[in-house]
Design a binder for this molecule. Sequence first.
Ligand code: NAP
Length: 297
Amino acid sequence: MSERIGFVGLGIMGAGMASNLIEKGHDVVVWNRTASRMEPLVAAGAVAATSPAEVGRLCPIVMICVSDTPDVDAVLHSDDGLLGGVSVGSLVIDHSTISPGATVGFAEEVAGLGGSWIDAPVSGGSEGAAKGTLSIMVGGSEAAVERARPYMEAFGTTITHVGPVGSGQQVKIVNQILVVGSQLAVSEALLFAQASGLDLEATLDAVKGGAAGSWMLANRGPQMIERDWRPGFTIDLQQKDLRLALEAADSVGSPIPGTALVFQMYRALQNEGLGGEGNHALVKALEKMSGIEVGSP
Ligand code: NAP
């Protein structure tokens, strides 16, 4: 039997994910802090709630997709927060990328009210959310994950149960270490191609199908050549993920020097007021060092 789904957080990712749930025929209740962001979803068939607590009262399963750990905390604990609507049998699915340690604490609070929690951060960018092709790394009990799976299938094509609560967020950190390494490589490669006077589009075509091919190269390479810095994923959110990565790596004693370097490069770009640009604007930090720009005539 299909259960009613609540969705809290209709940003770049959440709006796409909630749209896919509605499109696949699910009964969806939405709430977003900035109310105007609910309008397109309501036009598509969702019901607008007045608070996260109301979402919890109306829906046995509630998905969250907000920015950072303090924001999930606010969704849960603010006046009329979600915990006020959680009861025995509720399932909270957190698709935000947040601290693995805080996740375990949130899950314990929900368990104390008779509910369950799974952490289910996503990867695949704004494109993946819109097309319904996200990869989802999931931590939680087997029963909770299997209950959530049919609903996550509305927007995810790869759904992997990786372990207990918190381990989804840990695997997401693995994902982000890979993502920023790839972003740095694409930036250096395109800047070298530019400095060498190569045709950048032909260069991309030549390498993207071989061993050097990657999601970042295929999706963000063309945008970098066009100098289109509109965000699929902002530098500010990317930087938040790298902070989570540095904290988590420190806690287990694992060196991540490449990730630390990219963290510092993004910090420099934030200091220049570029935190709202897409994470592929990383190349701008290298442009400063080299005195040339990718995609310039
Ligand atoms: P976004 O477009 O900036 O949207 C953020 C959402 O969180 C908005 O709905 C915002 O509400 C809400 N929010 C933030 N702080 C809040 C608070 N204190 N209380 C209530 N609502 C709050 O971000 P996004 O790109 O969708 O990212 C959402 C999550 O997905 C993040 O954890 C991010 O790391 C992760 N993620 C993003 C991508 C990507 O490519 N964009 C990929 C994978 C994972 P308002 O509308 O009121 O601001």
